[in-house]
Design a protein around this ligand. Structure first.
Ligand SMILES: NC(=O)c1ccc[n+]([C@@H]2O[C@H](COP(=O)([O-])OP(=O)(O)OC[C@H]3O[C@@H](n4cnc5c(N)ncnc54)[C@H](O)[C@@H]3O)[C@@H](O)[C@H]2O)c1
Length: 247
């Protein structure tokens, strides 16, 4: 039995994680911790899962690493700076494992992969990500990661910036730019998590779209991470790709 503690246990994702862990035959739901609760209840966990908030996750992660707890993180907001900081903390706790995944949905991971594969064949690439109106960060972590994967593939293929003749622009009309890839964030009540990657070339376009229709879409990936964490090398792993045999 893998004993799992949950941080953010009363949130939308946290509640679904608690139900999933409780319902799986080989996992046991331990401490359920949310804002204001005592984190020491997590100390007996084999794995801690964090789905909290961009402003809270670094403090939680630091606390877990300092206490030698292995952590699976789904909370958004991990850019290169934050990842570097986590690696520094892990240097001082060499047996601890942390997996940070911008997206636990298998379909979304494949969408990112396919986008990276397609990137070198098209001069234009833009991303539209669409989420529920309660999402606090924009662009989404998935969009940021997709953009940097596309950017890397474009740089390798020496493609340069995509063509764009825009001279006059209402601020924000062309979205945010990440590694030369324009990223447009839509926030609409009723949506869950969706993303389209649009490529354009010579008289053709290619659209790769992924839809998470329910928070349940993230749960196979969360379980995979909880079960597979001990098999990963100590230190930081980013994304569930190694556990899906994609790396
Ligand atoms: N990686 C993925 O696949 C994936 C999928 C969906 C959502 N997310 C991310 O997960 C995070 C949570 O999303 P949500 O929709 O469940 O949000 P939510 O607002 O419904 O839940 C967050 C919960 O965290 C709690 N919290 C805040 N600060 C805390 C702290 N210091 N300690 C413990 N708990 C604390 C809040 O009280 C709340 O209950 C967001 O960052 C979201 O973008 C990631």
């Amino acid at each position: 039995m893998i004993k799992v503690g949950v941080l953010g246990a009363r949130g939308r994702m946290g509640r679904t994680v608690c139900e999933t862990i409780d319902g799986a035959a080989d996992t046991e739901l331990g401490a359920q911790v949310d804002q204001g609760d005592d984190r020491t209840a997590l100390l007996s966990s084999d794995v801690v899962v964090d789905f909290t908030h961009v402003a809270a996750v670094m403090d939680n992660l630091r606390w877990c690493i300092d206490h030698g707890l292995n952590v699976v993180v789904g909370t958004s907001g991990f850019g290169d700076d934050r990842l570097a900081e986590v690696r520094l903390w892990l240097d001082k706790s060499p047996d601890t494992r942390v997996l940070i995944a911008p997206n636990f949905s298998v379909g979304a991971v494949l969408m990112m992969r396919f986008a990276a594969q397609a990137a070198r064949f098209f001069e234009s690439a833009e991303i539209i990500e669409l989420h529920h109106a309660n999402k606090m960060d924009a662009p989404s972590g998935t969009a940021l990661r997709t953009a940097s994967m596309i950017g890397e593939a474009r740089a390798k293929a020496e493609l340069g910036a995509p063509p764009d003749a825009t001279k006059q622009e209402l601020a924000g009309a062309r979205g945010a730019t990440v590694d030369d890839v324009h990223v447009h964030s839509v926030r609409v009540s009723g949506l869950v998590a969706h993303q389209e990657v649009l490529f354009g070339g010579h008289g053709e376009t290619l659209t790769i779209r992924h839809d998470s229709l329910d928070r349940a879409s993230f749960m196979p990936g969360v379980l995979l991470a909880v079960r597979g964490l001990a098999s990963l090398p100590a230190g930081l792993t980013v994304g569930i790709e190694p556990l899906l045999g994609l790396d």
